[in-house]
Ligand binder design. Structure first.
Ligand SMILES: [Zn+2]
Length: 265
């Protein structure tokens, strides 16, 4: 949504109070919400409200769209653009949610999530919950699919979203290509941080790297610091230091296992 009417509409939505139940869901069902710094929390909640009220959440295969579904999925989307802005999701109009891992029509590929067409993201609700429950694995379906949306927001699906400044594109291309090619070659250091699935093409590399940036940032910062710094220059924030502050974390990195084969899109 852009233009004067869009901005007015967003301003009005941002002024509406957040339902109390949504705050409870954020606290209880979104593991990364308590880690968001107090100065960013109000912005997070405002963006979350606008996202939920602007997008259509559609249940498929018998899925019932509850407030929990809306809030958890929107929280995953908003986390990516907390230091950017919601315009990256302007072309996204609907989120289709299945109650199970669904299959393509050919029946061969099980899909955990999919960024289909330009305006639709399709997610498996169990896969979303599983990704959030075991963040150290660096495999988070909703984050992965919303990274694809960011990538496509500039009209090209190529692993490079609209960066903050023109001067950012050259270092981005250099660093992302180098790590992408290393992952393809099976470099063990890359494979400790990134799922092998990121070696399929540049678009998947960006989505997989985004999962690791948010889900095991300390490990990424330690093993591939230039990749962490490049993603940080785009996404902003410092998830590695947030992970450090987490009560559940001892500031040691993840289990170092990665590269599980799967068919996520
Ligand atoms: Zn993908």
């Amino acid at each position: 949504m852009s233009g004067l009417l869009g901005r007015l509409n967003r301003w009005q939505l941002a002024r509406r109070p957040i339902p109390e139940t949504w705050l409870t869901i954020l606290q209880e069902s979104v593991p990364f919400y308590p880690l968001i710094s107090s100065e960013m929390r109000q912005r997070f909640v405002e963006m979350l409200k606008i996202f939920i009220w602007e997008k259509y959440f559609i249940g498929a295969g018998g899925m019932v769209i509850t407030d929990e579904v809306r809030v958890v999925i929107a929280a995953c989307a908003v986390r990516l653009v907390l230091y950017l802005d919601l315009s990256y999701y302007d072309k996204l109009s609907e989120i289709v949610v299945y109650p199970y891992v669904y299959r393509h029509l050919d029946g061969e590929v099980a899909v955990l999530g999919e960024a289909r067409n330009w305006g639709t993201v399709v997610l498996s609700w169990p896969a979303v919950l599983q990704g959030l429950a075991s963040p150290k694995k660096g495999h988070e379906t909703a984050t992965h699919e919303f990274a694809h949306v960011l990538d496509r927001a500039d009209g090209v699906f190529d692993g490079t979203p609209k960066l903050r400044a023109r001067a950012d594109y050259k270092p981005w291309a250099e660093i992302m290509s180098r790590h992408y090619l290393s992952l393809r070659k099976g470099d063990p250091m890359e494979e400790r941080v990134l799922r092998q699935y990121g070696g399929i093409n540049e678009a998947e590399f960006f989505a997989v790297a985004t999962e690791s940036y948010f889900e095991r940032p300390q490990l990424m910062k330690e093993l591939v610091p230039d990749l962490y710094a490049e993603l940080q220059a785009f996404y902003g924030g410092d998830p590695a230091s947030l992970e450090c502050k987490s009560a559940a974390s001892s500031c040691s990195h993840g289990d170092g296992q990665s590269g599980e084969k799967d068919s996520v899109h």
